[in-house]
Write a new protein. Structure first.
Length: 326
């Protein structure tokens, strides 16, 4: 997949393209269907399969105080989009000029220069200054400009509408299993491994700590997780919280205890954590010994979880997370 950051980079423009447009935060199942359909239509027409996205997120530019925490940082989003088979990703800087384009100007200056044959978007798609354009306006502009518009209905999974905002809500509630259904994969965070305060090694169990995460995190608490360090995946238990047993002034931390770690030194600089199941709230214990005992119970429950999980054959295992862990 080719990634460009302005339309001027695309010289000469494609003879024809099939296009979708959006923020694609999370690259969830509804986004996947959009991208898959664009690729399908493009292959059938001998056209370029293309998508337009924006950096930063438009709300972050227009109203930073209201901007949502992202589900996927930009680099991760691009990698996920690339797995769709798309030919071209156009990343437009969302700035004052772009924010003030009317729907008509957006089509004239952004959509038509790509020699767009079809635009495929979701039914809640809006574009142009103050989101004045919707799918009905896009269809009318398409008739005038000579491109087709295909509108995809909202996607529901087990009664949940699939959207980035709904995934964020579920994560804030700690409902990581439901969020996984909407994403089509476990929710994960990724970042550098940093040194902690050393209290785990001294008082409880050794953990790996992520650098402060700016993107969306699940609700504070303890989770069954899968940690990827380099190319190795470990069964794990992860705490998202403030370490209240060791004082009340800790900033939010993401610390992970590897269950099947054979020992030795971790040399990899980064780690990815997939959140699979919420075990409990974060608790302030009277002393570190009681916290250590609880962590051991958490680890035992997590081990039973992974034991159940492995009774399912891949690739079903990720899709059929057990309902409860005793």
């Amino acid at each position: 997949m080719r990634v460009i950051y302005s339309l001027e980079e695309l010289q000469p423009p494609p003879a024809a393209c099939v296009l979708t447009i959006g923020n694609f935060d999370g690259v969830h199942l509804a986004h996947r269907l959009l991208l898959d359909r664009v690729v399908e239509l493009a292959r059938g027409r001998g056209a370029v399969a293309a998508a337009i996205t924006f950096e930063p997120h438009p709300i972050k530019f227009i109203s930073p105080a209201r901007a949502p925490k992202l589900l996927t940082p930009f680099e991760r989003k691009v990698k996920l989009i690339a797995t769709s088979g798309l030919d071209l990703l156009v990343v437009l800087p969302f700035n004052e000029e772009l924010a003030h384009l009317s729907p008509l100007e957006f089509v004239r200056r952004i959509v038509r220069p790509l020699h767009t044959a079809v635009v495929h978007v979701g039914m809640n798609f809006h574009f142009g200054y103050r989101q004045a354009g919707d799918v009905h306006i896009l269809e009318e502009l398409g008739r005038q400009a000579g491109f087709e518009v295909e509108v995809r209905p909202l996607l529901e999974v087990r009664g949940q509408t699939v959207s980035s905002s709904r995934v964020r809500e579920l994560l804030r509630e700690g409902r990581v299993r439901v969020a996984q259904r909407l994403l089509g994969r476990p929710f994960s965070v990724y970042g550098p491994i940093v040194a902690g305060l050393g209290v785990g090694h001294k008082h409880t169990v050794p953990t790996l700590n992520l650098a402060p995460v700016e993107e969306q995190l699940p609700k504070t608490g303890v989770y069954v997780t899968r940690a990827r360090v380099g190319r190795i995946f470990y069964d794990a238990v992860t705490n998202v919280g403030h370490k209240p047993t060791f004082g009340d002034n800790h900033s939010l931390v993401v610390e992970t205890f590897l269950l099947n770690f054979a020992g030795g030194e971790i040399r990899e600089p980064d780690m990815e954590i997939e959140f699979l199941f919420r075990l409990r709230d974060e608790i302030k214990f009277p002393n570190p010994a009681l916290l250590k005992a609880q962590i051991q119970k958490d680890a035992a429950r997590a081990s039973r979880f992974f034991g159940l999980l492995r009774t399912f054959r891949e690739p079903q295992a990720r899709a059929h997370i057990p309902q409860t862990v005793a």
